[in-house]
Design a protein around this ligand. Structure first.
Ligand SMILES: [Zn+2]
Length: 418
């Protein structure tokens, strides 16, 4: 196996303390900030991190590629754990209509709304979907994202949801986690939620069973008034659990509708949005292994309040942050903006934000034993930047990543784009 040494790193953030604390109660010391250390990886895995010049003899004797890293700040690759990046069509005109005061019904009557994305996505070819989505993946990659979650949910029929799942498996670059969100909305072909969910369980779930040919890594549902009820979701997600497929929930975004409670009851990986939750749900989350995924840019686009992040974090809830990138309610892929809003509007400290986008997000996807922090045995997923760590989540739009690696492979170099 080929050895590579990142030699004498200017500043290394390992996030080891944050990982050991399970992403809860994070302070600056948990970032594991080290000066003049080196990192050695072999194939996909990190094999050693330690002070520069103290490489163990067993490795020193071997041939290795050396990357001088004195000018770099190196940290775990960012984990973007909630996106709807797979779709066709555009909803930009609809955004202007919404801002000019048009109602949801008027927008739908003019051909807009989620069903316009469904129409365009059903019509798009597999190759077309792969091409469009790959461009978005590249956009995330430029920002230092080395693991990216992508949901389906804009096809809502058997043939096209399977097409979308297959498209996700063809994407290249970062580690891609595929989430089946067939339960995004009830398509007009079905009478009610139960009929549609039963259809998904019968027709799609067999293709999602864990194994080599599984088409998804997790299952998601949108629990909200007018979409899916907590009662119907319970049956649906329990069926997923029986097959061994991890679950996640779009929970309590517009109304308190039972999503967070269900996530705790079913030991889901995460409850996402959670901006309507009360002290009771916060308490339950803090006593559970469910990660609360916060999506503040979506809250801005939706003109919603922000989730009670400070209260959650102080109560010991593990949080993650993500974009919620989607064509309707959050067309931004900017992870710096997410972190900036968390700092400006949600009272989160910079160490809390950095941990939420690495360790917290890794937990959200059930990948905490592999990614989110840097230590021997973990995956070689990291980014090299020329800025200080205090410049992170500070200046949206700035491109600061020089190189990024996922599973020991270089997946991005800023010079390629120069
Ligand atoms: Zn979402």
């Amino acid at each position: 196996m080929s050895l590579t040494l990142l030699e004498n790193i200017g500043t290394l953030l390992t996030l080891q303390g944050a990982a050991q604390k399970g992403g809860r109660h994070i302070v600056e010391e948990d970032l594991g900030i080290l000066k003049n250390h080196s990192l050695l990886f072999s194939g996909e895995k990190i094999v050693w991190i330690g002070p520069h010049r103290k490489i163990p003899t067993e490795f020193r004797k071997q041939k290795m590629k050396v990357i001088p890293a004195r000018e770099y700040t190196v940290l775990p690759g960012f984990v973007e754990c909630h996106t709807h990046a797979l779709f066709a069509g555009s909803r930009s005109a609809e955004f202007e209509m919404r801002l000019r005061g048009k109602s949801y019904q008027e927008i739908a009557a003019a051909g807009g709304g989620i069903l316009s994305t469904v129409r365009a996505t059903r019509k798009e070819s597999l190759a077309g979907l792969i091409k469009k989505t790959q461009e978005r993946v590249n956009q995330f990659q430029r920002q230092g994202v080395t693991t990216l979650e992508i949901k389906t949910g804009y096809a809502l029929d058997e043939k096209n949801e399977l097409k979308c799942l297959k498209a996700i498996r063809e994407l290249r670059g970062p580690r891609i986690i595929s989430t089946f969100l067939g339960a995004h909305a009830i398509p007009s072909e079905f009478k009610n939620e139960n009929e549609y969910l039963d259809f998904l369980i019968q027709k799609i779930f067999p293709r999602l069973k864990p194994g080599k040919n599984s088409l998804a890594d997790r299952i998601d549902i949108f629990i909200e008034k007018g979409f899916f009820s907590a009662a119907a979701a319970k049956k649906y997600l329990s069926a997923a659990r029986e097959l061994g497929i991890p679950t996640t929930i779009h929970a309590d975004q517009l109304t308190l509708s039972g999503g967070t409670d269900l996530a705790v009851d079913l030991e889901s990986q995460s409850a996402d949005h959670v901006l309507q939750i009360t002290d009771r749900q916060i308490q339950r989350l803090s006593n559970s292994e469910v990660t609360a995924c916060l999506l503040p840019v979506a809250d801005v686009y939706m003109k919603c309040p922000f989730p009670p992040a400070r209260k959650m974090i102080d109560a010991g809830v593990r949080v993650s942050l993500a974009t919620d990138f989607n064509p309707g309610t959050c067309p931004s892929m900017d992870i710096s903006l997410v972190g900036l809003l968390a700092r400006l509007e949600m009272g989160m400290s910079l160490p809390e934000v950095v941990s939420a986008y690495t360790v917290g997000a890794a937990y959200t996807l059930g990948l905490q034993s592999q990614i989110g922090s840097l230590s021997a045995g973990k995956s070689a997923d990291f980014i090299c930047t020329k800025v200080e760590w205090t410049d992170l989540f500070y200046s949206p739009g700035q491109e600061f990543v020089m190189n990024s690696y996922s599973r020991g492979r270089k997946i991005f170099s800023s010079s390629t784009y120069a």
